[in-house]
Design a binder for this molecule. Sequence first.
Ligand code: PLP
Length: 381
Amino acid sequence: MIYMDHAATTKTVPEVVEAMLPYYTECYGNAGSIYGLGSKSRKAVIGAKETIADTLGADTNEIYFTAGGTESDNWALKGVYEAYQDKGRHIITTKIEHHAVLHTCEYLEKRGAQITYLDVDADGVVDLEQLKKAIRPDTILISVMYANNEIGTLQPIREIGEIAASCGILFHTDAVQAYGQIPICVSDCHIDLLSASGHKFGGPKGIGFLYISRKVRLHSFIHGGRQERGRRAGTENIPAIAGMAAAVKRACRIMEEKTKRETEMRDYLIARIEQEIPRVRLNGHRTKRLPGNVNFCFESVESESALIMLDMQGICASGGSACTTGSLDPSHVLLAIGLSPDSARSSIRLTLGEENTKEEIDTVVEELMRIVEKLRGIREM
Ligand code: PLP
């Protein structure tokens, strides 16, 4: 098998599984219990928060565990909307956010929120002038993703944060694709809320966190016990928390080397596709993109068919976002960068990870050449 869908999810690395196991077997105590067994779990929670806070330049009590990126995004948007209605009901976001943000915005619109969805340019980058013009006296939140999950484009997060801060508006970033891949400092970028997810960087699924700056006032999101400072109740998922912390440590340790290698491999894959296959178009910014992200349109190729044929060769890739696979609607991200619905339906995303080799890339390119030629032949007959 050749796995090139690391933006959908990553393998839980052995070191992470090892870090999780004791919390299933010997140290299974409830972090809320006063006896020794419970305190081991409590220590794991505190230690994990310290690890994560360190990576962001944040404080330990600004990290809140959630069940992943989707919950973090929901909490950030719904939480700010609920807590800041005295200031206003206007939120600014972009047309290329993940559905965890966009569908939450739709939900809020039905409850009286006014949402501005910013355009992006042909590379998928937000226009800062349009952002400035969209700001109103009743704007309470700007939510712009750090890096796009489909086309990998990185946003000018620091500049957006500066604009938000200078207008006294809270700034949330969905960093699910960026956290663990590239260095992030919340104070440098004036980030008030940040969403991340464990399974995107070698951690377990179903665990993530929301960074909430201490200056943000949010009500409780899930009501119940006193966990997570009373804001997100429910017995903590200690094995997953310990696993995510181990994945964070590892991600930081290998980040420099991994980024260098993946960037080289990414550019090699892009170059080979452009050299070997005619009528292709790279989607997303050529350089301001995630190290492992490659996304191409293959003219006159139905990506669903190509993905099935790749799968038959043991190659895992994706068309558009993994979360929308199964729906034949063209990707909202690709439409937003100006592609026609037909071109959007002809896009394939290959996202690299640390285990991918140059030989695998060569195999994938060979298979793509064959598949694209075959599908074009059938379509253009
Ligand atoms: N935000 C982005 C940008 C994503 O790519 C994803 C998942 O693909 C999510 C949010 C949702 O994260 P999770 O799968 O942890 O719920």
